[in-house]
Design a protein around this ligand. Sequence first.
Ligand code: AMP
Length: 376
Amino acid sequence: MIYPGAILAVLGGGQLGRMFTLAAHSMGYKVWVLDPAAHSPAGSIAERHLQATYTDKDALAEIAAHCAAVTTEFENVPASSLEYLQQFIPVRPSASALGITRDRILEKTFIQQAGLLTTPFLIITSVDDCIAACEKMALPALMKTAQMGYDGKGQALISSTDDALKHFENQQNADCILEQIVDIKQEISVVLARNPEGVTQCFPVGENIHVNGILDTTIVPANINPEIEQQAITMAISLATTLDYVGVLAVEFFLSQGNQLLINEMAPRPHNSGHYTLDACITDQFEQQVRTLCGLQPGAADLLKPVVMLNILGDIWRNEMVPDWNTVYRHMAAKLHLYGKDKPLSGRKMGHINILSDSLSGAMETSEQIRQQLGF
Ligand code: AMP
């Protein structure tokens, strides 16, 4: 077990690293952040910001020498860096878990081998695969790069073999999948925390609304029947157990019009759809990340009140004008979280608001008012 006073490292200095750092600080730990950017949301509040690439040997050696354990805020950290670090200190989640979740082909194959359902897909690693996949799968379908795709990036709607060949070329012939389009009724997610002894706490299922491929709103409790809810939780726990996972794991699902629950993807870290836990649960997902990293018991994950989480993107800074945050503070159970990013770019996640209420309808009503007042 790693006790307060120790230094924890996080690879990646974005908003997830920042909220990890805030949780670690309040629990009495120190944090070092590795991030190549000069300014980063986590680097600006950590005890130390190592401004270097994720493969920088000196920076990694410093972390190995001074930190008690290391975690990551994104799955694309090079495997060689994680493998190097895990010779000296615990890396949680492990290099192998990150390796699987980093690549859609490995991830979906793993899920199927675990006996669970994913969206039907075909693997594309060559021009020939591209042509064959378009013959096999009903079009339109979605083509997604196997790696480096998030928030809808690297994805294209494919209506013909020509479209597929063009997308494959645009992605420099990187490995892709062709995925069937699901007639989605609802999107839901499960975030859980699992410690090295396998003790697991699951947060309540969240219902997610995406706009342009980016998460817009999470609603908890999700408006789904209790059987589906239980099924999603069982599937997420089964994945974590099969992976012998340590850390916070998010599992995203599509619920089809026919009530089939399909796993879309996993994230080996706290997730945007779990930001509601910061204000609405006994323990939040970042505290769980610190607890599981340190080999401690995960905290209780119960929901305290119904909640709606609204993401704030850079688009609401019209003409660079800072939004009138007072419209949020006027609602006494609305909690604003801003990530300290310097430039409010379009589509960039700048913060979020958790709106709590004694009833979900109350939280929804307030969230609509806030949306109107902020104009999004
Ligand atoms: P992803 O990056 O794969 O999580 O996709 C982002 C969003 O695009 C999802 O949350 C869905 O709203 C939508 N999407 C992705 N894949 C599919 C699919 N196979 N069928 C329908 N919608 C999808």
